[in-house]
Design a protein around this ligand. Structure first.
Ligand code: NDP
Length: 331
């Protein structure tokens, strides 16, 4: 039998945390033969609720779950973890300026960077979910210099999956037959969902999505807007955020990163830019990536048209502005 892997979930008493921990305990994140020990961190006001979640995990008798740590102590939470899913963050409340939210979150991520650097397993893989996800991940990376750049990522897989879902509904095909959409850039309303290279597996082989849709306008307008605004649409419908799909796609992100992407498939991940596609190096930017043996690589050589170029640059520009705002909050 495999040794258990330790998975940290911060903000574990929150909505996404509550949806995520049972998925991890069922093997949705690391596979059906990988035992796990779940470390849950939250802040003191949430300690009692966190303990309730721990009680439920015990009650569910998950065969793969070899232990649960529920704590408000960041050192205990980070100790020896192999995977860290950072969901905890300060929510934007009514009347708060962007800068106020940013300031709260960058100081949280700066502190957690130090704890992870000192106490996590040396090869720990980090996924930031809490918003502003790309910039929180960047701050975490910069204040944990001994964690390799390649180990710090942010979640855009939910946006990626939403794009697959929209195409599957438009073309009336199964979502499992659609692949290779791309989310470029920031996990924000400037993200660019790109279906130019996406394909559908049909009885006559793989067909390009733009050819099947045959309506360039839909892909350039409604498709992009629906994916960008899906989170708001769910809040409107449910009066609560999209915690289920956020948790599910966090599992997809880690699973594909650790276990590899299927041959011929890529996925979207927010990763540290190396300057690919002319995106400034030193940003956490969502790219198409393939994963093999626990390492992601950016898919190279895709043809970028003028429409895409503009959208990719606009979301990069927003990330540069967020980065300088984040640094101005730290100073
Ligand atoms: P959620 O669990 O709903 O969301 C957590 C974070 O994920 C938020 O930053 C949220 O951003 C972000 N997020 C990213 N993608 C999505 C998505 N698709 N749908 C919804 N959220 C998304 O928030 P809760 O308030 O329920 O829980 C947060 C937990 O964090 C609480 O338990 C709280 O105690 C804890 N916390 C921890 C702190 C710390 O570690 N120091 C500080 C403050 C809180 P957005 O706000 O934009 O929706």
């Amino acid at each position: 039998a495999k040794n258990p892997l330790k998975v940290l979930v911060t903000g574990a008493a929150g909505q996404i945390g509550y949806a995520l921990v049972p998925m991890i305990a069922r093997g949705a994140m690391l596979g059906p033969d990988q035992p796990v020990i779940i470390h849950m961190l939250d802040i003191s006001p949430a300690a009692e609720a966190l303990n309730g979640v721990k009680m439920e995990l015990v009650d569910a008798s998950f065969p793969l779950l070899k232990g649960v740590v529920a704590t408000t102590d960041v050192v205990e939470a980070c100790n020896g973890v192999n995977i860290a899913v950072m969901v905890g963050g300060f929510p934007r409340k009514e009347g708060m300026e962007r800068k106020d939210v940013m300031s709260k979150n960058v100081s949280i991520y700066k502190a957690q960077a130090s704890a992870l650097e000192k106490h996590a397993a040396p090869d720990c893989k980090v996924l930031v979910v809490a918003n502003p996800a790309n910039t929180n991940a960047l701050i975490l990376k910069e204040f944990a210099p001994s964690i390799p750049d390649k180990n710090i990522t942010c979640l855009t897989r939910l946006d990626h999956n939403r794009a697959l879902g929209q195409i599957s509904e438009k073309l009336n095909v199964h979502v499992g037959d659609v692949k290779n959409v791309i989310i470029w850039g920031n996990h924000s309303s400037t993200q660019y969902p790109d279906a130019n290279h996406a394909t559908v597996n049909t009885v006559n082989g793989d067909k390009l999505v733009p050819d099947l849709v045959g309506d360039d306008k839909w892909l350039k307008t409604e498709f992009i807007a629906t994916v960008q605004q899906r989170g708001a649409a769910i809040i409107k419908a449910r009066k609560l955020s999209s915690a289920l799909s956020a948790a599910s796609s966090a599992c997809d992100h880690i699973r594909d990163w650790v276990l590899g992407t299927p041959k011929g498939n890529w996925v979207s991940m927010g990763v540290y830019s190396d300057g690919s596609y002319g995106i400034p190096a030193g940003l956490i930017y969502s790219f198409p990536v393939t994963c093999d043996k626990g390492e992601w690589s950016i898919v190279q050589g895709l043809k970028i048209d003028e429409f895409s170029r503009e959208k990719m640059d606009a979301t990069a520009k927003e990330l540069m502005e967020e980065k300088s705002l984040a640094y101005s909050c730290l100073n």
